[in-house]
Design a protein around this ligand. Sequence first.
Ligand code: PLP
Length: 401
Amino acid sequence: GSVFAHLVQAPEDPILGVTVAYNKDPSPVKLNLGVGAYRTEEGKPLVLNVVRKAEQQLINDRTRIKEYLPIVGLVEFNKLSAKLILGADSPAIRENRITTVECLSGTGSLRVGGEFLAKHYHQKTIYITQPTWGNHPKIFTLAGLTVKTYRYYDPATRGLNFQGLLEDLGAAPAGSIVLLHACAHNPTGVDPTIQQWEQIRQLMRSKGLMPFFDSAYQGFASGSLDTDAKPIRMFVADGGECLVAQSYAKNMGLYGERVGALSIVCKSADVAGRVESQLKLVIRPMYSSPPIHGASIVAVILRDKNLFNEWTLELKAMADRIISMRKQLFEALRTRGTPGDWSHIIKQIGMFTFTGLNPAQVSFMTKEYHIYMTSDGRISMAGLSSKTVPHLADAIHAVVT
Ligand code: PLP
């Protein structure tokens, strides 16, 4: 018999498993709202025009080689990524007290940051929002940190539980790490206001809590790269330290290229240099060095003024389509006279709406309407189109009446 005969079949990933079930459904009206990836009005994946142009440039460049990158990845990409998230005029960049390493998309950046903290930071507890993206607790537990939660979402208002958040962070042991979604909170679509961010910043700095930003959706929430980076820049502007995990999966549509970056903002250039030397010791035995292709695409786009501007327009178009889906779904429920307050659909921000539908209702919608979503009632607005909104509205109407 096999030495692995004792293994039990592991369950599908709760998010990726939605697509597995969707693929098995033969219904022509089936609708996949589980996947966190952008779709066009026609329901198709999108490769941005600027990405195609950048790839063409890379192909035309016969001097390009495919040697290993350094452990920290493509150095120009790292510099441009720091500038993109912190702003070109950031004091941390000017003073050279930041280290940025290319990692395997947002997930890899979170994992490398988590392992670095577990090894070198005095506090081993990380607080994550309740609820959060399902991968967060697994990433940080495996990185060697202890995961605890802080209150974030209020099911009654389908908005922010700001009081609960302040109480829980206020009660956290000094120095604890706090994971903050930079914008477009996943799965709730609920973000603090700028005033609330300022209160969070003051509380965290007064208690010496360490901010670890997860920035998976820069530009995707508001349509503006600068607006979506504002909370991070507030924390950097006060001179304190923080970590930032960036992903280019959503905002450049580079999902499968696995391109992202981890930045650690320090108090001095001297410390940043030593931090980087230790990050290399985390990365080397994990995957040695990151891939070259995705980072090269990003560097071509970020370094060229014209391509950069073209990117911001394409990004804004994606964000606007998502916002328009919110309005259309809200209107469709209003015209059907669907009971309940659905204004959270237009108030929430980013790729997802946290509908408030419970697992039984989700399961009904899947069975009767062939609509697929995670069991917590999260739907991807990016997976909707003008053509499919009525079908979703019918299903929601049916399940709540
Ligand atoms: N963080 C959050 C909140 C996310 O929603 C995602 C993707 O869904 C990620 C990080 C990481 O994604 P990736 O590893 O594809 O960049």
